[in-house]
Ligand binder design. Sequence first.
Ligand code: TMP
Ligand code: ASP
Length: 236
Amino acid sequence: MMTRQLIYSGKAKDIFATEDENVIIAQYKDQATAFNGVKKEQIAGKGQLNNQISSFIFEKLNSAGVATHFIEKISETEQLNKKVRIIPLEVVLRNVTAGSFSKRFGLAEGIELEQPIVEFYYKNDDLDDPFINDEHVTFLKLANEKEIAFLKEETRRINGLLSAWFDQIGLKLIDFKLEFGFDQEGKIILADEFSPDNCRLWDAKGNHMDKDVFRRSLGELTDVYEVVWEKLQLLN
Ligand code: TMP
Ligand code: ASP
């Protein structure tokens, strides 16, 4: 029997210890938040959808040779993950202007970037996840120069894979946020989740197929996530 000691409770997931100290259970919650938790709602079925979508994407990333924390999906809302020490960085990659990038630089949304841009945010709710640069990352001792270079390269490689997959199902990957962690051997691997909670996906008509429907009150979040999940299954 697996023990169920809660080791961390996040906005979208609870993390439980298992009998194997190198393995944790991530349980996806029926909760949506935005603006650092200022907007918060319980949405039935969201946990299941995100667990399905993230498990599917991480399995494909594992198969493509990306080192990730994902082991297996064990129930509708739970998955087994390798235990990592999370690097408190939100690594954001942008293919197209949107969201805070458009706001920061006074640009319309939807402008294709010639080169995808990687950004770092310091994952710290008390500070509202501030935008930081490489030198801040080394100053804060979150990662050294070599590790920063790896985070950027790996994020660009993952973007290549994900953009091609979403392209095949008629969705444009506008931007996304990744989190990485150190595994037991001290190797950096991809962690957290990949779902419409932490990326922007636009369909051919420019409809938002991601958490912007919740952030901007554009419609029912689960209706949109359901469509993304149905389309993703066409990839297999
Ligand atoms: P932004 O335009 O608000 O900075 O968001 C960039 C990307 O990062 C977008 O795909 C949504 C995702 N994101 C998160 O996953 N978590 C967050 O806390 C924020 C602010 C954005
Ligand atoms: N993840 C953040 C929150 O939960 C913000 C966002 O995704 O917009 O509040």
